[in-house]
Design a protein around this ligand. Sequence first.
Ligand code: IPE
Ligand code: IPE
Ligand code: MG
Length: 238
Amino acid sequence: MPRHIAVIMDGNGRWAQKRLMPRTMGHRAGMSALKRVVKTMGELNIPYLTVFAFSTENWRRPSEEVDYLMNLLVEYLLKELQELHDNNVKVNILGDYYSLPQRCRLQLQDALRKTRHNSGLNFNIALNYGARNEILTAARKAAALVASGQLSVDAIDEDLFSSFLFTSQLPDPDLLIRTAGEMRLSNFLLWQIAYTEIWVTERLWPDFTESDLMEAIAAYKGRDRRFGGLSRQGEDHA
Ligand code: IPE
Ligand code: IPE
Ligand code: MG
């Protein structure tokens, strides 16, 4: 079983367009899909889920859509926080949420505080997240420590660098799911997915169900993860 599943939740707009509805309705339907996936992950006892909810590039969208997404986030947390907490879910945010509107920030801080001691599913929400920005910020941290004499250049290894990322407390994802068919990473977890198995489905995010998740996991189980080495079979014949 994968320990950490990451999801690029894409296709909300297309889902709505197909129904001749405004894009915002797709985001609302996407929220229900997220609830289903969080629930299933808990049932499957998979310890880490990371979802891409809003990228640093998504600010380029019309302000009405951005506002709607921010409000939806607050609404989601207001409605779901108690249930997440009751289910022992620990909420974590990846990304610069300090620069989000104040009502979002306060709601997020509330969720982090309330669930911080929970020991069930680690539910990471990537919000105002961009991987290049994350890597740059880590590089700046390392450079500042070197400049002030607190760190030697040789001490900067992969583990130390990883500890400067938003994901410092998380194992790398085993499986990355992208819905809505796009074959790209869109600036998501570039450092962390070096050896992650990628599974893309045409299914639009609001239509994503438990059985799609099971299909992704089944595909993952069939993969031969070599990490640059040889497959099990190869080793046997070595
Ligand atoms: C994903 O759905 C949600 C966010 C990026 C916030 P989209 O809104 O990107 O949906 P499409 O890609 O336009 O269909
Ligand atoms: C990626 O989807 C971001 C999120 C799912 C939050 P986008 O819809 O923003 O990605 P592009 O623009 O198609 O690459
Ligand atoms: Mg999209």
